[in-house]
Design a protein around this ligand. Structure first.
Ligand SMILES: NC(=O)c1ccc[n+]([C@@H]2O[C@H](COP(=O)([O-])OP(=O)(O)OC[C@H]3O[C@@H](n4cnc5c(N)ncnc54)[C@H](OP(=O)(O)O)[C@@H]3O)[C@@H](O)[C@H]2O)c1
Length: 287
């Protein structure tokens, strides 16, 4: 059987059990402006999702709050019934009050409700990876993670993930339930989450870097990737993804886009083999 492009990025077993190709897809860009409402071009959003699967993507990141509900329903419309091995990683714990407005709510009854709604909106009997979108500072962490553990024990979710956490918060959560992944802001130009990444590497926890492309800073004329991009013929976005994949075997980038052209460009990064010199030069130039 011929290898898909996504397979070229290598694989990782989430929770030691759910094996996915490391280069995945993030669905946040498939909604309206400010991650609110329907996309401008609905047909293209559906084409992006189907093309991602064609290229071998089997890790799709989403959230109840994207739209809200819009991204999850698009995923279902484009891809249900899901191909074997597809892992849809959704989230709960952020409520929406309008474009670009997000407020954490981590009360157990709310997290449970959102899990039930995601199961329905995605058309799943079990969610592969259910991530707490943000820790709600007004609710004891044990109660938030405890409810996710209960959902796991009931078979509604397979694995638990966290988002935007410190090492200490991850450790506190691990005292309540096994944590299979974290999702934090991390890219070539912003590596503040490095200690968390190192902890994940030591403990075999998947690290899902959001904003992996660092668009803007990375691709501006004369930006950190410009010289290597010119020499290698790759785009800055491709170099950003290849660098992340090279950085750690637990790294699971989920670049997002609303266009098939950008998706094709980004997925091609799965097959790039960065030389050690280029890896180090990119890290230096972007730091
Ligand atoms: N856990 C969290 O709190 C959190 C926060 C943010 C995001 N996320 C997740 O992480 C995923 C990725 O993060 P993100 O969407 O913020 O950042 P990203 O994937 O790094 O960047 C997306 C942006 O880059 C553009 N883009 C994509 N491919 C491109 C290319 N080849 N050339 C030029 N521009 C390109 C997209 O616009 P076009 O649509 O025009 O391509 C979009 O504006 C999201 O989809 C979501 O699933 C999670």
């Amino acid at each position: 059987m011929t290898q898909t492009l996504a397979q070229a990025s290598g694989s990782f077993a989430i929770g030691g059990e759910l094996t996915v190709n490391r280069l995945g897809f993030g669905s946040m860009q498939l909604t309206g402006p400010g991650v609110w409402g329907e996309p401008k071009d609905r047909d293209e959003a559906l084409r992006v999702l189907r093309r991602a699967v064609e290229l071998g993507v089997n890790l799709i990141d989403t959230a109840d709050a994207y739209g809200p509900v819009v991204a999850e329903r698009l995923i279902r419309e484009a891809l249900h019934p899901y191909p074997d091995g597809m892992v849809i990683a959704t989230k709960a714990g952020l409520t929406r009050q309008g474009p670009n407005r997000w407020t954490p709510v981590g009360r157990p009854a709310y997290l449970r409700q959102q899990c039930e709604l995601s199961l329905r909106n995605l058309g799943l009997e079990r969610i592969g990876l259910f991530q707490l979108h943000r820790i709600d500072p007004e609710v004891p962490l044990e109660d938030q993670i405890g409810e996710l553990k209960a959902l796991q024990d009931e078979g509604k979710i397979a694995h638990i993930g966290l988002s935007e956490v410190s090492v200490e918060e991850l450790q506190a959560a691990e005292r309540v339930a096994p944590i299979s992944s974290v999702q934090n802001l991390y890219n070539l130009t912003n590596r503040k989450a490095e200690p968390l990444l190192e902890y994940c590497e030591e403990h075999g926890i998947g690290f899902i870097p959001w904003f992996p492309l660092a668009t803007g800073k990375l691709s501006e004329p004369g930006g950190p990737a410009a010289a290597i991009a010119q020499r290698t013929g790759h785009t800055p976005s491709q170099l950003a993804l290849a660098w992340l994949l090279e950085r750690s075997p637990v790294m699971l980038p989920i670049p997002g886009t609303s266009s098939v052209a950008h998706l094709d460009e980004n997925m091609a990064a799965a097959a790039i083999e960065l030389s050690q010199e280029d890896f180090e030069e990119l890290a230096r130039a972007a730091s």
